[in-house]
Design a protein around this ligand. Structure first.
Ligand code: ACO
Length: 324
């Protein structure tokens, strides 16, 4: 059994927030943000949240794949910003789509969430006989950003991307060939967001909520080391030459991180598609949104090999080798 991506979709909110807009609320500038990150603007939600974005991306992916809600067996949502503690975003997406036969749950891998969810869907399809899955990366980071902290608030945006995956029997070419996933909980404090804190009649305190905190340079150093390592591992494990890879679809956290990864892999930036300038870092959504742009832009031909790779809080990382 092999799992193939048979359709993609994405959704970003209409509301554009430029670097100049942010310079009006914190001490920053378009020049600083562009030169340090490559970000020019981001989309910020001012309406319904993560599940609504995820469901819209999913609808577009299902249209692209030519499948209906009743065809879906699994819904996995990579997210750290579900609208509710429970139910999961996946169950809300299921309800919104009317995918009544599916089982849905969320996967918490921060910016690696889509890569983790894709691998999990592949494993479920191959091991448990499920046939069609919706794999979604969706995040509404703007609700957990401290809008008075210039070191983080300029980096993030909201969005969702989705892929429909399908299991195929027999000699069918392509699909998800291999993946390498990892996490290092010793580095948990480098990038985090406190959820609702303890607070009850025993503590005598009220619960509080936290915002994103980040040691930016630590994350930078980790990303430029780990991402090339896990990509190399997937290539070596499968005997794939780096020259066989058409595109490296990388998590969009910082243009300079992607440039550094390109340098370490000795590949040119024209094989590393970028859209961070338009959307900023949308966490679990960056990779499926970029994949959808490539797919809809006619950039992917059957047989093309691509690498999807990301990193995020945890710290987590992962790479997936996919043949289109
Ligand atoms: N505007 C203007 N100045 C700023 C801003 C800003 N928005 N932010 C920070 N500065 C200042 C700092 O205060 C500092 O000033 P000082 O020298 O007077 O102290 C100076 O700029 C340099 O700050 P650094 O933090 O050293 O800047 P750096 O070059 O490291 O860039 C950045 C910061 C862009 C955050 C970089 O470290 C980075 O991209 N790191 C990786 C981030 C990342 O990938 N995060 C993933 C999160 S994904 C997830 O899982 C949610």
């Amino acid at each position: 059994m092999k799992t193939k991506i048979i359709g993609t979709g994405s959704f970003v909110p209409d509301r554009v927030v430029t670097n100049q807009d942010l310079a009006g609320i914190v001490d920053t500038s378009d020049e600083w943000i562009r030169t340090r990150t490559g970000i020019g603007q981001r989309r910020i939600l001012d309406g319904p949240g993560t599940s609504a974005m995820a469901a819209e991306a999913a609808r577009r992916a299902m249209d692209n794949a030519g499948v209906g809600p009743e065809d879906i067996d699994i819904i996995l949502v990579g997210t750290t910003t579900a609208d509710h503690c429970f139910p999961s975003a996946a169950c809300e997406v299921q309800g919104s789509l009317g995918a009544v036969r599916a089982v849905g749950y969320d996967i918490s891998g921060a910016c690696s969430g889509f890569i983790f969810a894709l691998s999990t869907a592949d494993a479920l399809i191959r091991a448990q006989g499920y046939r069609v899955g919706l794999v979604i990366g969706a995040d509404n980071l703007s609700k957990i950003v401290d809008w008075s902290d210039r070191s983080t608030c300029v980096l993030f945006g909201d969005g969702a991307g989705a892929a429909v995956v399908k299991g195929f029997e027999g000699q069918e070419e392509g699909g998800i060939i291999a993946a390498d996933l990892g996490s290092d909980g010793r580095k948990a404090a480098v990038l985090q967001c406190q959820s609702r804190t303890m607070g009850n009649f025993l503590t005598g305190t009220k619960p509080e909520v936290g915002y994103i905190t980040m040691e930016g340079q630590e994350v930078f150093k980790f990303a430029v080391k780990k991402v090339p390592e896990c990509i190399q591992k997937v290539l070596e494990d499968t005997g794939t030459g780096i020259e066989e890879i058409k595109y490296f679809v990388l998590h969009q956290a910082n243009y300079r991180i992607c440039e550094s990864i390109a340098k370490r892999l000795k590949v040119s930036m024209d094989r590393i598609p970028m859209n961070i300038e338009h959307y900023g870092n949308t966490s679990a959504a960056t990779i499926p949104v970029l994949l959808d742009e490539l797919n809809r832009g006619g950039k992917l031909e059957p047989g093309d090999k691509i690498i999807l790779s990301g990193f995020g809080a945890g710290l987590t990382w992962g790479a997936s080798l996919v043949q289109w």
